[in-house]
Design a protein around this ligand. Sequence first.
Ligand code: FAD
Length: 311
Amino acid sequence: MTYLYPGQLRNNEPMSQHVSWRAGGMAERFYVPLNRQDLLEFVKGQSQSVFHVIGLGSNLLVRDGGLPETVIQTHGALKEIKVLRQDPEELVIEVEAGVPAPKVARSVARLGYQGAEFMAGIPGTVGGALAMNAGCYGRETWNCVHSVLTMDEKGQFFERTVEDYEVGYRHVALKNSAKHTATPRFHPTKEWFIAAKLKFINDPLLQGQKMIRELLARRVATQPLGQPNAGSVFRNPSGGFAAQLIEKCGLKGLREGGAEVSHKHANFIVNTGNATAADIENLIDRVQQRVREICGITLLPEVRIIGNKVG
Ligand SMILES: Cc1cc2nc3c(=O)[nH]c(=O)nc-3n(C[C@H](O)[C@H](O)[C@H](O)COP(=O)(O)OP(=O)(O)OC[C@H]3O[C@@H](n4cnc5c(N)ncnc54)[C@H](O)[C@@H]3O)c2cc1C
């Protein structure tokens, strides 16, 4: 993998190097800002105003025909964590969008506070976790949010509170706006997360570091972490689990080119080595179709699919 220096604009950058599925097309332009100020100047200096802001690409499929827009990567750029308040009851931190969620989990646990442990196993950034309301084991990102700082395509900043958003299961939308949607085939947003103030509790009965170790061990045992994947492909339908439905339909091991429904976790699709984005998307469609035929339930993708198809 080629290392991208912050502040460097690249043309025709292979997105397979920036998404956890390790597949997909090119971004016409790809930028990793130096920091928040540099991001602001970059955005203001662009005539073309359609951007894709990404974090670690752990929930993202870029089609093989690539992206005609500019991709901005926050990971490696917006990376500051600051303690704003630390008292016996509560910890409040400000975290920039490009900070990996597991780093938040470790930092909070190290300071002796609880409530961030679930982030330890989510291999994305805080920005991605805010956009997705990422969560597991009964907790979600927006449970921890005090407020967020966002920026729009003109480079204008906004301080927003939780009340400004409609927040649900893997769904975050600015109220009275179609800016953030949970549609299966995702379109670029017009306002991005730059930083968040997150709050955590101090409960001596909970042992953060121990919980993180247990949670990670559980993931190693149940998820195909040795093969490129993007976590759970489908959202859980109400009252059920996508993985159980896929397994019940006998779809573990189903293949499309180099993409395969994982034998270890039925809601994961793995790249066995040479999968294209089309292989992965076709497999998503086949799984969706089979589950609909057999169980009468339409599974909706949790992963975000962007870019053009080839041909
Ligand atoms: C092994 C594995 C396990 C996983 N386990 C979980 C889990 O337990 N729970 C869970 O919820 N998810 C899980 N995921 C999925 C993924 O890690 C999360 O959705 C994560 O929050 C995505 O963060 P990211 O930085 O990688 O986002 P990306 O994949 O880079 O982007 C995802 C979406 O968020 C948008 N986005 C990214 N940054 C910003 C920003 N700053 N402002 C606005 N929009 C932004 C992107 O445009 C895109 O639409 C898992 C993935 C893997 C590979």
